[in-house]
Design a protein around this ligand. Structure first.
Ligand code: GLN
Length: 470
């Protein structure tokens, strides 16, 4: 019997290599787990047939294009879209290690949201407590990994959509340095922020999957080759590592006491493991990160989503009148409230006469946030804070209040704006729900993040299997 709840991707690969199980048996174990638990959780929008082979199965967020497999981005607009090519990340996953696409995971529409409740196909539920959200926008990927429906998954992160759901579901998730992973074939939300990255059960699997994804892609001119190869972490000590604690990110009033306590214990562990721990300050990042993001991301989204007009791409209304009416109705019927809200805000911020005041100003602030982080990295190797101010919240708790929903990403957005990598590592429970630790490093510091994440993970000994499945 293969226990998919506990099996890591590394273990699965070894079982196959040693001929203890076959590729078919492994695939079927995940299919059984999906049949058993996904009717309640709704992690998958599409489950694939076994393409054959011995590679480890991989769940893929539904904003990532997959050849011959529906790719909806959680939107009615793309309900019938079946790409004729694979996104580069999928090509790399298949080519490098024969990974097999197990299915497409639920997401907030066009990755806009923090709870997966903005999906046009209904929400995903948190495996730790199905009355609660799994986070978002990549709630499907995170919940699938924590419920043992997939050994690992691809997510995409614009302002926190890998890190935050990983925190709420108790996974390890990496948002990579901007430019290290190709966006070719990925449904665009905000192009200067979007990054694909891995979600896994532990740091080593996460690091391995990152090594498969990362590198220069001639089809995405914003990508670069990694300055040094990915290293799988194996060190238990943090001797010589300088860990910075940004006070604003650790003492903010929005942080729940249970989250604060778990993160505090992790900070103490850093010292015990030999790290040099000190405080620092990122005042601009916390005050201006979120407002600045909610100008730049919608501005870019309004431009990226202009292609869904029922002619070039996407759903077309069945009862079109004249040309203008056809555009209007197709967009009105095909898009949900959140994309519409962002298209309105973004179009406004980019309009003549307002461009400098909003978009131009936000870009200047963005540069200041990057500088503020760079200054902190003169003294520290990594910065540590909670990933999310709260544990998983109840379904419906924030749907009526977009601003409350936006605040879920208070702590994840600033480093995204600065183009920096961030790793979520589970650091304990609060009220029986996972708490995530966010580790931020300078550009291209993924190996360092894996090293610190691995040492903490080993010392913390978090059990990634939700209590109700044990
Ligand atoms: N929750 C944030 C938003 O709604 C981030 C989403 C993301 O990273 N894709 O924009």
């Amino acid at each position: 019997m293969i226990d998919t709840l506990r099996l890591t991707a590394e273990q699965a690969a070894h079982l196959i290599r040693d001929r203890e199980i076959t590729g078919v048996e492994l695939w079927e174990a995940y299919r059984r787990a999906i049949d058993e638990r996904d009717p309640e959780l709704h992690c998958f929008l599409h489950v694939c047939d076994d393409p054959g082979g011995d590679g480890v199965p991989l769940a893929v967020k539904d904003v990532i294009g997959t050849r011959g497999i529906p790719t909806t981005a959680g939107s009615k607009m793309l309900e019938h879209y079946v790409p004729v090519y694979d996104a580069t990340v999928v090509t790399r996953a298949k080519a490098g290690h024969g990974l097999r696409v197990l299915g497409k995971t639920n997401t907030d529409e066009f990755a806009m949201g923090s709870s997966t409740e903005n999906s046009a196909y209904g929400p995903t539920r948190n495996p730790w407590d199905p009355t609660r959200v799994p986070g978002g926008s990549g709630g499907g990927s995170a919940a699938a990994v924590s419920a043992g429906l997939a050994p690992w998954a691809l997510g995409s992160d614009t302002g926190g959509s890998i890190k935050q759901p990983s925190a709420l579901c108790g996974n390890v998730g990496l948002r990579p340095t901007y430019g290290t992973v190709s966006r070719y074939g990925v449904v665009a939300f905000a192009s200067s922020l979007d990054q694909v990255g891995p979600v896994a059960k532990n740091v080593r699997d996460c690091a391995f999957l990152y090594s498969v994804l990362a590198g220069r892609d001639p089809c995405d001119s914003t990508t670069v080759e990694l300055p040094s190869p990915v290293q799988l972490p194996d060190r238990d000590s943090l001797a010589g590592v300088r860990v910075g604690i940004p006070t604003e990110f650790n003492e903010h009033e929005a942080i729940e006491p249970g989250v604060r306590a778990a993160v505090q214990r992790a900070i103490e562990l850093c010292s015990e493991l030999g790290a040099e721990v000190g405080e620092c300050s990122l005042p601009l990042s916390l005050d201006y990160g979120l407002p600045c993001y909610y100008l730049i991301a919608p501005a870019e989204a309004s431009s990226n989503l202009a292609r869904y007009d029922g002619v070039r791409y996407g759903y077309r209304t069945p009862d079109a009148g004249d040309r203008l009416e056809m555009y209007t109705r197709s967009r009105d019927e095909g898009l949900g409230d959140e994309p519409k809200r962002r298209i309105l805000v973004g179009t406004y911020a980019l309009s003549a006469g307002y461009y400098d005041a909003y978009y131009g100003q936000a870009q200047k602030v963005r540069t200041m946030l990057a500088r503020e982080h760079a200054a902190a990295f003169e003294r520290f190797d990594v910065l540590l804070s909670p990933t999310s101010p709260s544990v998983a919240f109840e379904l419906g708790a924030k749907t009526a209040d977009p601003l409350a929903m936006y605040l879920s990403d208070l702590l994840t957005i600033p480093s995204c704006m600065a183009g920096l990598p961030g790793l979520n590592v589970p650091c304990g429970l609060s009220d029986g729900l996972p708490v995530g630790l966010q580790l931020i490093g300078p550009q291209f510091s993924e190996n360092r993040l894996f090293e610190v994440g691995y040492a903490l993970e080993t010392a913390i000994g978090f059990d990634p299997v939700p209590e109700r499945y044990r």
